[in-house]
Ligand binder design. Sequence first.
Ligand code: XBP
Ligand code: MG
Length: 252
Amino acid sequence: MSVLQALIFDVDGTLAETERDGHRIAFNQAFADAGLDWQWDVPTYGRLLAITGGKERMLAYWQEIDPQAAARPEAAALIAELHRRKTAHYVRLVAEGGIALRPGVRRVLEQARGAGLRLAIATTTTPDNVEALIHATLGAGGMDWFEIVGAGDAVPRKKPDPGIYTWVLDRMGLRPEQALAFEDSTNGLRAAQGAGLRTVVTTGAYTHRENFDGVLAWLDGLGDVGAPATGRACGQAWTGVVGLAELRQWAA
Ligand code: XBP
Ligand code: MG
């Protein structure tokens, strides 16, 4: 039986609720910078989140509203410039302290570190965004908590493709059964499961209506003292505060 050795975290929606009040705002600021009348309201952005990757998301939206323009040779360069501006806005917004870690995340990270478990990140988002969020929430040394950070274009295909998780496992020299993945969305779950990883799903603002039947644990969060998480773990109804003991028990 392989002992649990590592926890691999998704970022957006899992470590922190970054999408509605972070990425979405940054996209809209970049659109305004470019003089575009594109404005993604909360429901529209929720729909577009089915497409992972900001560049891919913007292209899909453009193809919806103006397929001819989106097919022009210069479209890719405009998308790249919009994404550069969006990332600058997002990094600044996060650096200003606009986004906090979800309840229980810091506790689980600290417990894992204290027990000698290895930590990693596997995300679709841009590396600069990861660094900004971790610095803003865990401090200047926060990135050192994570042995490997797999992010954005490190792999040719984004989630739900399992590539980013395989990329992380390979660099950690781990077999999937030696780690747990933490995700918030069906795209993320499909990526983690595609890489052979058992997954703890903590649903968030945009994903609490998605179905995660059959996953190792399907919870509304990791919980905190006085604010327990609720959901299902190992096929049974469960409520409580997720800690290392629970994770080890579920992974056993
Ligand atoms: C979520 C994503 C990302 C972000 C936006 O990533 O799909 O595209 O929405 O970030 P994950 P970028 O849940 O895997 O952390 O604009 O940098 O893509
Ligand atoms: Mg996510």
